[in-house]
Design a binder for this molecule. Structure first.
Ligand SMILES: Nc1ncnc2c1ncn2[C@@H]1O[C@H](COP(=O)(O)OP(=O)(O)OP(=O)(O)O)[C@@H](O)[C@H]1O
Ligand SMILES: [Mg+2]
Length: 333
């Protein structure tokens, strides 16, 4: 198991081989001969239309469902050889309907797995407070409330905190933010990214929202009818869809849509030497569509692009945006 230098938390490696699931009575396989190797600490987003097998794939990893054939190996151990209940204590699982226990207070909900693992009371209490802070739920306000006394977004945060409680090296997240309004959703995506940066768990995140996929993923896995049709970085998927299906799914023929999926850093001219004195700057993580608005509104020929520490790392002009926005090679079929 790889150990993360920054925090001491580790992410698992997951190796999926020829994995197939056929539900009784249905002729088509819900998951069909899937192969996927996931590195420790990777954030993988499974993207695809309704019914393509995303949930089925996830549920075979924590053995809610048993595969028809094929194997899943986590940190070198075949999951079939482990007891399902034992396995699930080490895999965080977040679903859209948070599944919080209604009769337990927030703090008790978050402490469920540490209790199962028989952590002592002080360690549990400390961990619960820390997680409520991390997920934006100050314990002095939220710890003693019941789920019914929370908004949908707050319940979703408790679900996230609960899944993180026992520091699982693997997190499975099935459309966890699907039911939330756009602002809450973006905020939770940012929080998830921050938590992932800090703890480096291996995360499998399911969505059918391409923007969410691009914002979160190290790699996106595109699925269709039980099969994987493309695996790549968000930029690789947006710029080079493997076929017409992926192209339609990401809407990559639409220039403005493409610009809303590509971060500024991917189109900038990198800086060599002293940063120029430019009036406007944007973060390299902001999408090009926003950079384009800024250029148009200000009338400036260039804007600076800044890195995570706020210093300039490049410049953007209309020309660089146009170049980035050029349509990808259209896959025809
Ligand atoms: N318990 C089940 N019994 C029989 N068929 C099932 C079962 N669960 C899912 N299926 C079928 O398997 C296929 C894949 O379903 P799955 O839930 O994995 O899709 P999904 O990609 O998660 O879709 P969504 O985005 O709608 O959640 C679908 O055709 C579905 O009808
Ligand atoms: Mg699903």
């Amino acid at each position: 198991m790889a150990t993360n230098q920054r925090s001491g938390t580790s992410g698992s490696s997951i190796s999926i081989h020829a994995l197939t699931k056929r539900y009784p009575g249905s002729s088509a396989a819900a998951v069909n001969a899937v192969n996927l190797d996931i590195a420790p600490g990777e954030l993988i987003v499974l993207l695809g239309p309704s019914g393509c097998g995303k949930t089925t794939l996830l549920k075979m990893i924590n053995r809610i469902y048993e595969p028809t054939s094929g194997s899943i190996v986590i940190d070198g151990v075949e999951v079939q050889s482990l007891k399902a209940s034992e396995l699930r204590r080490h895999i965080g699982y977040v679903i859209q309907q948070t599944g919080l226990f209604p009769h337990m207070r927030v703090a008790e909900n978050v402490a469920v797995v540490p209790k199962l693992l028989k952590w002592d009371r002080d360690r549990t209490r400390e961990r619960v407070s820390q997680l409520l802070e991390v997920t934006g739920l100050p314990p002095e306000i939220y710890a003693n409330r019941y789920p019914s006394q929370l908004s949908g977004g707050e319940q979703q945060r408790v679900g996230l905190a609960r899944a993180l409680a026992a520091e699982p090296p693997t997190m499975l997240m099935d459309e966890p933010f699907g039911a939330l309004d756009a602002i809450t959703r973006t905020r939770l995506q940012d929080e998830l990214k921050r938590i992932h940066k800090q703890f480096s768990q291996t995360i499998l995140f399911v969505t059918h929202d391409i923007e969410e996929a691009v914002r979160l993923a190290d790699r996106i896995v595109v699925m269709r009818e039980g099969r994987i049709v493309q695996v790549g970085s968000p930029l690789e998927i947006v710029r080079g869809p493997a076929d017409q299906f992926v192209s339609d799914l990401v809407g990559s023929q639409d220039v403005l849509r493409r610009l809303s999926l590509m971060p500024a850093r991917t189109a900038m001219e990198p800086l060599h030497g002293t940063p120029p004195d430019l009036a406007q700057s944007i973060s390299g993580e902001v999408f090009l569509r926003e950079a384009l608005s800024m250029l148009m509104e200000s009338g400036d020929p260039f804007i600076a692009v800044t890195g995570s520490d706020g210093t300039a790392i490049g410049t953007l002009s209309m020309t660089s945006i146009q170049r980035a926005a050029a349509p990808p090679d259209t896959p025809d079929r």
